[in-house]
Design a protein around this ligand. Structure first.
Ligand code: ADP
Length: 403
């Protein structure tokens, strides 16, 4: 039986896909369609014959997925030759309902639709991806893999906000957490790198990409995480504020006459590094900072300081820590950010080795000093592989239970 899974990750105007061998993690082909619905869209397909780019209008997500299927036909590998075991969909919000990946059926679609109010920026696009993939691949099992699922192990004291109790009971207002597939992947890889059993490890994992979050992971299970009901809470991100006094909303409404939509937009898309320095690309921010740009320096300082506060908090939550794990674009690549965020924590047993930290490598590696009681690891995340693995496991376990 084939181990290949077609992984689909849909955004409001983009569709990312990857044909992944769930056993090895190797992608036979992958691609991205961007600016769906705009006059000029862009499609990049990378397969055995190299990369091909196409620019044209993609009217809808269905149009984009059809373009992907055509690219498999013309540029390979042909989907007729590769037996696909499942289609795996990234779904951002699974609420309290989904602690595991689940087979897509009408009931699941209805449940994910019910969760749209909790994730209005993400779940509608994910649903669109599911709908068009079911239309195009009616005979393949489809699996939804939820970003929130990994954090369903949080205990009530960690996920409950101190607000009127009915808010949780009647409206589902609580901490859910995100980036779950990345945490599952990075935690397992960390255990492998340390040569230890994940069940006996306490980890602080920092997923620092465009979106950023932290998680305290005990024995492979999430005990706390910095994102909340939505992916806005917690660390400073590319364009999101992270933690903010909730009274700022009322102030902006009352004193400046802002609407809730304006505030929501500003905090999700105009804040974070972009808000502080006018730049959300960390590479460019680093270049400007090196050239003495004061705004870029402040943005960097605020970003690293917030990480340090969460490391301290999760250290206290876990009691002992075996490793701090950096992953995703910024986490994997910015040695300066790692060094600054963890500076001064030597008394907590956290010591970075400068030459290891600044050495460039694509592999998972330790960047801590050899005698640092707490290991500091850099692990390249691979959310597509993790989605493929989880989707395949889901299909196979369902096959068994169904007889
Ligand atoms: P996403 O959340 O979209 O998956 P990524 O994990 O790809 O994002 O992370 C994107 C971020 O990583 C961007 O801010 C980018 O500037 C940053 N990044 C990528 N490469 C480097 C690098 N070499 N040095 C510093 N930052 C980097």
């Amino acid at each position: 039986m084939s181990d290949h899974v077609l992984v689909i990750n849909t955004g409001s105007s983009s569709l990312k896909y990857s044909l992944v061998d769930a056993a090895s993690g190797k992608a036979a082909a992958s691609g991205l369609v961007e600016r769906i619905g705009e006059p000029e869209g862009h499609h990049r397909h990378r397969g055995p014959q190299g990369e091909k780019q196409t620019t044209r209008r993609f009217a809808s997500h269905e149009d984009a997925l059809r373009a992907a299927v055509d690219a498999f036909e013309t540029q390979g590998p042909s989907l007729d030759d590769v037996e696909i075991a499942a289609v795996g969909h990234r779904v951002v919000h699974g609420g309290s309902r989904f602690a595991d990946p689940a087979l897509v059926d009408d009931e699941l679609v209805a449940a994910v639709t019910d969760l749209v109010p909790l994730a209005p920026l993400h779940n509608p696009a994910n649903l669109e991806g599911i709908t068009v993939a079911r239309r195009l691949f009616p005979d393949l099992p489809q699996v939804a893999v939820f970003d929130t699922a990994f954090h369903q192990t949080l205990e009530p004291h960690a996920y409950t906000y101190a607000v009127p109790a009915e808010w949780l009971k009647d409206h589902g207002i609580r901490r859910y957490g995100f980036h779950g597939t990345s945490y599952a992947f990075a935690s397992e890889q960390a255990a492998r790198l340390l040569g230890r059993d994940l069940a006996e490890l306490n980890l602080i994992v920092l997923h620092l990409g465009n979106g950023c979050s932290a998680a305290a992971v005990r024995g492979g299970e999430s005990v706390d995480t910095s994102m909340g009901m939505t992916p806005l809470e917690g660390l400073v991100m590319g364009t999101r504020s992270g933690d903010l006094d909730p009274a700022v909303h009322a102030h902006l409404v009352r004193e400046l006459g802002w609407s809730m939509d304006e505030i929501d937009h500003a905090l999700n898309f105009e804040s974070g590094l972009k808000g502080l320095a006018g730049e959300n690309d960390f590479r460019e921010l680093s270049r400007r900072r090196a050239a003495g740009d004061v705004r870029a320096q402040l943005a960097f300082d605020v970003y690293c300081y917030r990480i340090k506060k969460y490391v301290g908090a999760y250290y206290a939550v876990l009691g002992t820590v075996d490793a701090i794990v950096f992953t995703a674009g910024v986490g994997q690549n910015s040695a300066e950010m790692r060094a600054t965020s963890l500076a001064g924590l030597e008394r907590l047993g956290i010591q970075i080795d400068e030459s290891r930290n600044t050495a460039s490598a694509d592999e998972g590696r330790a960047v801590s000093a050899a005698d640092s009681p707490v290991a500091v690891l850099v692990i390249p995340t691979d959310e597509e592989w993790e989605i493929a693995r989880q989707a395949l496991n889901c299909v196979r376990s369902t096959d068994h239970s169904g007889g």
